[in-house]
Ligand binder design. Structure first.
Ligand SMILES: C[S@@+](CC[C@H](N)C(=O)[O-])C[C@H]1O[C@@H](n2cnc3c(N)ncnc32)[C@H](O)[C@@H]1O
Ligand code: SF4
Length: 407
């Protein structure tokens, strides 16, 4: 089965829950800390939106509750939304949880309602790094939730980590990775701290009151993550995601393979019928739209074939499965990138190219260079970037023989 067939067979539903107990200083997600009074109507609006869509979408193979903090919802409410989603018997159903806001009872209720995976925002296991990130949870709460989830029967657990926070040392990061692995989780997402303008942290950095992040240090931390997680048997399957065999997040794989999914809730983005669309940003506007029977969709865009091919290429290049590229149009660039150790052939794939570990650090640049080199394909009307054979990339060794002494 090709990646395309696989993406076609899968269908996702993303549900956005825009409530948090506390706004972390670095976060610019669509979430609010002063909207508790809207929770009940918001849950009702999500269920109504789903009921109106019933029969218009295929049974979901994956469902993802993101936020915000989905675990802030009363568990019965969250489960009621799950129940309103048409889904396959073996659908993956993930809930993003904050270590402060999920109890053993909640987790048991989740399991009864069909939730089978959680993603836990741990960020760091060093108290002073958590303080620098403005997090409120205690380090020990992460182990408590992992233990409670396992006891409730949820074995698929992801831990989110953030690296490169100013003030974090190499030893802090190594011990954070070791602590996460010691919990026995089989999926870890690790993100470089991004200083977002408009957040409290962004404003403090702009004012010189807090240090900025350091690119070289973040690169070193990423390489440490790859070393430690790979040694523990977690394979990097997308730039920021590592999983044990069979433990990749099905819903995220759907995004990276340009699969189709619905968005329920404010600020959610959907992709159906070849169209990308997004809902109104605030919970008030989402509730108002659903309650008045009008569409909550704020905008949409139909990708043309070229944009679609380029997006598919860019997303696939983020993954360990990589992407096939055109031999005719990218040979020179490929040789340069391979010579610089930024791309390599995917072992056993025949024709697929992927980023090396170093290449992952420069993913945006490498992707841009490949797209520019591949743009000629679009000009001559050949759009199926991923169906063209690339003889030069049969094995890593074929690059070495092509390289000069500095390669
Ligand atoms: C919706 S939150 C996860 C669940 C829950 N809200 C929590 O934080 O515990 C999604 C993840 O995005 C990541 N994230 C958010 N803002 C970020 C930033 N500015 N830089 C890096 N990672 C960020 C964090 O790792 C966070 O766990
Ligand atoms: S990181 Fe999570 S808990 Fe913190 S503000 Fe963002 S969504 Fe809320």
């Amino acid at each position: 089965m090709t990646g395309d067939d696989e993406a076609t067979r899968q269908f996702g539903v993303y549900v956005h829950i825009p409530f948090c107990a506390h706004r972390c200083g670095y976060c610019d997600f669509a979430t609010w800390t002063d909207r508790d009074h809207l929770v009940e109507r918001y849950v009702h609006a999500c269920r109504t939106d789903l009921e109106r869509r019933r029969g218009t979408y295929p049974a979901a193979t994956s469902v993802f509750f993101g936020g915000g903090t989905p675990s802030l919802l009363p568990a019965d409410d969250l489960v009621a939304i799950v129940g309103a989603i048409d889904r396959t018997a073996d659908a993956e159903v993930t809930v993003e949880c904050n270590p402060d806001s999920v109890s053993s009872d909640d987790l048991a209720r989740y399991v009864d309602g069909g939730v089978n995976r959680i993603s836990l925002g741990a960020q760091s296991f060093s108290p002073h790094v958590l303080a620098a990130l403005d997090r409120t949870h205690l380090v020990e709460n992460v182990a408590r939730v992992v233990g409670a989830a396992t006891a409730a029967g949820i074995t698929r657990i992801n831990i989110d980590l953030i690296y490169g926070t100013p003030g974090e040392s190499d030893a802090d990061w190594e011990s954070t990775l070791a602590s996460a692995l010691a919990l026995g989780v089989r999926h870890i997402s690790a993100y470089a701290l991004t200083i977002e303008p408009g957040t409290p942290l962004g404003r403090a950095v702009a004012a010189g009151a807090r240090p900025a992040t350091d690119d070289d240090q973040q690169a070193d931390r990423y390489l440490a993550a790859e070393r430690v997680l790979a040694a523990a048997g977690l394979e990097n399957y997308e730039i920021s995601n590592w999983a044990a065999p069979g433990e990749a997040c099905r819903h995220n794989v759907l995004y990276w393979s340009m699969g189709e999914y619905l968005a329920i809730g404010c600020a959610g983005h959907g992709h159906t019928g070849g169209e990308r669309w997004w809902n109104v940003r605030t919970p008030e506007r989402y509730i108002a739209a659903v309650e008045s029977g009008t569409s909550a969709i704020a905008g949409s865009e139909q990708l043309d074939d070229v944009a679609r091919a380029e997006e598919r290429f860019s997303l696939a290049l983020r993954t360990s499965s990589g992407v096939a590229v055109s031999q005719q149009t990218t040979t020179e660039t490929l040789d340069e990138l391979a010579g610089a150790g930024l791309v390599e052939a995917v072992p056993g794939s025949g024709s697929h190219l992927r980023l090396t570990v170093t290449g992952r650090l420069l993913a945006a640049d490498v992707t841009a260079r490949l797209l520019v080199a591949g743009a000629a394909i679009a000009e001559v009307g050949v759009l199926a970037l991923d169906t063209i054979e690339c003889q030069r990339l049969r094995s890593p060794d074929s690059h070495r023989s092509d390289r000069g002494p500095d390669g």
